[in-house]
Ligand binder design. Structure first.
Ligand SMILES: Cc1ncc(COP(=O)(O)O)c(C=O)c1O
Length: 479
C-alpha cells in the first residue's frame, strides 16, 4: 500500500503534534503533579486488542489527548521531586522527533549520527576528566552503563577467559564492593554477570552516608587472605538516598593499592563536577577505570539517555567485539563502514540515535547553562532543608547532599507512610521515600529546572496540613 503521507499531511498532523507538545509543556504547572490512571481508562488499555484496521491520525491524537496526556508520570511538573527524574529539555523533545525521522541504527557506519555520538562521547570524556584514549557509549541509563562497565571489569580482572569459559570452576572466588548506599543496579549487574549476590560486599558508611574507606580496605584484605579475588569497587558521586559523595580520591588510592577496578557511579551527581565546590570529587572521578553518568537525570535530556565511560578502550572492545560476516566487511574511516563500530563496545547491535537529544540539549543549554541549573537545584535543596529545620512538625533526617533532602514528620513512621501517599495523590507535590538506618523517611530530589522557592513553600505547607489532618483524625477515608 502506498503511503498516505503527503508533504501536506505530514505538516498538518505534525502541527497538531506540536500543539499537543506546547499545551502539555505550558499547562503543566496548573495540572495535578500526578493523578492515577482512572480504572476505566486502565481497563480499556488492558483489554483492547490490536486494531485489525488502521485509524486516522486525528483519532489517534485525540485518544492521546484524552487517555494518555492527562496521566503523566509527573516529572514534567515543577513540584515533582520523586526518585531521580527530571523534566525534559525542549530541545531534547524536538531532537527525539528528528532522530526518529532519520531513524538510523547507531551500531556504526559512516553516517552523521555516528559523529554526533562520537562528539558527545568526547564531551563527556572531558567532563569526567578521562583521557582522550578512553572510550564511551550512550546507553539506556545508569543501570546499563553499570552493567557495561562491570562486564569490562570482569573481562579484565578475573584472570579467566570469561568469553570462552564463563566463570565455570570459579564459584565464590570473586568479590565486588559498594557501600550500603550504592544503587541497586550494582548488585543487579553483579548477579547478571554470573558472580551471584554472594560476591557483593556491603561496606558501611559514616554519619554523612559516605563509604567508610578504612572498612573497604579491611574487606579487601580479608577477602585476599581468604583466597577471594577482589574484582571491582563501585563508589558514588551522589547516592540516590542522600546525595552523598564518597571520598573518591581515597577509594582510588585503595583500588590502585589492591589492583582492583575502580568504578564511579556518577549517574545522578556527575554534572556537579561543573561546580568548583565539587573539584575534589572531580579529581577522584577522573581516576576511575569506568564511570556512569546519566544525561537523563541532571542534564534534563528526555529518557532514555545514559552514558558509560571506560578508560581502557581496548579492554572495552575486547569485552564485547563480535563481528559476524553478515554485519559488515572491514571498513576504513572514509568508506561506507567508517570508524570501529559502537556495537563492538557494548551489547547492543541496532542502537537508536539517542545522541541527538543529548547533543541538542547540551548545545542549547551550554555547559554553563547546565552548571547554573545544577547550582540552582542545590541551592533550592538547601532552602528546603532550612524550611524543614524551621518547621517544628518536621525533622531533617540527613544533611542535604547535592540536591537531595531527607526529612520526616515527627508523627512517626505510620503517619509518614500515610502522609506520603496522601501527598502524592493530592496532586499538589510529589515526593518519594526511602529508608535511612532502618527508618522510613520522605525524600525530595530536586533535578528540576522549573522548581522555585514558592514550590518548596507550597510543598511544606501541604505536608504540614496533611500531617495535622492525620494527627487529628480529620484526614478522611483513604482513597
Ligand atoms: C545513583 C544512581 N545510580 C544508578 C541509577 C540507575 O540509573 P537508571 O535508572 O538510569 O538505570 C540511579 C537511578 O536513579 C541512580 O540514582
Amino acid at each position: 500500500m502506498a503511503s498516505e503521507w503527503t508533504d501536506a499531511e505530514i505538516r498538518r498532523v505534525g502541527y497538531l503534534v506540536v500543539d499537543l507538545i506546547a499545551k502539555h509543556l505550558t499547562d503543566i504547572r496548573d495540572q495535578p503533579v500526578f493523578s492515577p490512571v482512572p480504572r476505566e481508562v486502565a481497563e480499556r488499555f488492558l483489554s483492547t486488542p490490536a486494531p485489525r484496521t488502521g485509524e486516522s491520525a486525528d483519532e489517534i491524537l485525540s485518544e492521546f489527548g484524552a487517555a494518555i496526556e492527562p496521566y503523566p508520570f509527573g516529572n514534567g511538573h515543577p513540584r515533582f521531586w520523586g526518585w531521580v527524574n527530571s523534566p525534559p529539555s525542549v530541545m531534547g523533545i524536538f531532537a527525539d522527533a528528528l532522530a526518529a525521522a532519520m531513524n538510523p541504527s547507531c551500531a556504526g557506519g559512516n553516517h552523521a549520527a555516528i559523529y554526533v555520538e562520537r562528539q558527545v562521547i568526547a564531551w563527556f570524556r572531558e567532563l569526567l576528566g578521562f583521557p582522550t584514549t578512553a572510550m564511551g557509549l550512550l546507553t539506556s541509563g545508569g543501570s546499563m552503563a553499570t552493567l557495561t562497565a562491570l562486564a569490562v571489569a570482569r573481562h579484565t580482572k578475573t584472570g579467566l577467559d570469561v568469553r570462552a569459559d564463563g566463570l565455570r570452576g570459579a564459584p565464590n572466588r570473586f568479590a565486588f564492593y559498594a557501600s550500603s548506599q550504592g544503587h541497586s543496579c550494582i548488585r543487579k549487574a553483579v548477579e547478571l554477570l554470573g558472580f551471584g549476590s554472594g560476591s557483593m560486599r556491603t561496606i558501611g558508611v559514616d554519619a554523612t552516608y559516605r563509604m567508610d574507606v578504612a572498612a573497604l580496605e579491611r574487606a579487601l584484605e580479608d577477602d585476599r587472605a581468604a583466597g577471594v579475588r577482589p574484582i571491582a569497587v563501585s563508589a558514588s558521586m551522589g547516592t540516590t538516598n542522600t546525595g552523598a559523595i564518597d571520598d573518591l580520591d581515597a577509594v582510588a588510592d585503595v583500588c590502585s593499592r589492591h589492583g582492583v577496578w575502580f568504578h564511579v557511579d556518577a549517574a545522578y551527581g556527575g554534572p556537579a563536577v561543573l561546580l568548583p565546590e565539587y573539584a575534589a570529587a572531580a579529581r577522584g572521578l577522573a581516576r576511575a577505570d569506568s564511570a556512569a553518568l546519566d544525561p537523563h537525570k541532571w542534564m534534563f535530556v528526555p529518557v532514555e539517555a545514559g552514558f558509560v565511560a571506560v578508560r581502557d578502550a581496548e579492554a572495552m572492545r575486547s569485552t564485547f567485539s563480535l563481528v559476524p560476516p553478515y554485519i559488515r566487511s572491514a571498513g576504513s574511516a572514509t568508506g561506507v563502514y567508517g570508524l570501529p563500530w559502537f556495537s563492538e563496545y557494548g551489547f547492543q547491535q541496532t542502537r537508536g540515535f539517542r545522541a541527538l537529544k543529548v547533543w541538542m540539549t547540551m548545545k542549547h543549554a551550554g555547559l554553563d547553562g547546565i552548571r547554573d541549573r545544577v547550582a540552582e537545584n542545590i541551592a533550592l535543596a538547601r532552602y528546603l532543608a532550612e524550611r524543614v529545620r524551621a518547621t517544628p512538625q518536621l525533622e531533617l533526617v540527613a544533611p542535604p547532599g547535592l540536591s537531595v533532602v531527607c526529612f520526616c514528620h515527627r508523627g512517626g513512621a505510620d503517619l509518614n507512610r500515610g502522609l506520603l501517599e496522601r501527598l502524592q495523590l493530592s496532586g499538589d507535590a510529589f515526593l518519594t521515600s526511602t529508608e535511612l538506618d532502618g527508618r522510613f523517611v520522605l525524600r525530595a530530589c530536586i533535578v528540576n529546572d522549573r522548581s522555585t522557592r514558592n514550590d518548596v513553600d507550597r510543598m511544606i505547607e501541604t505536608v504540614v496540613r496533611i500531617g495535622a489532618e492525620l494527627t487529628s483524625g480529620t484526614a478522611g477515608a483513604f482513597p
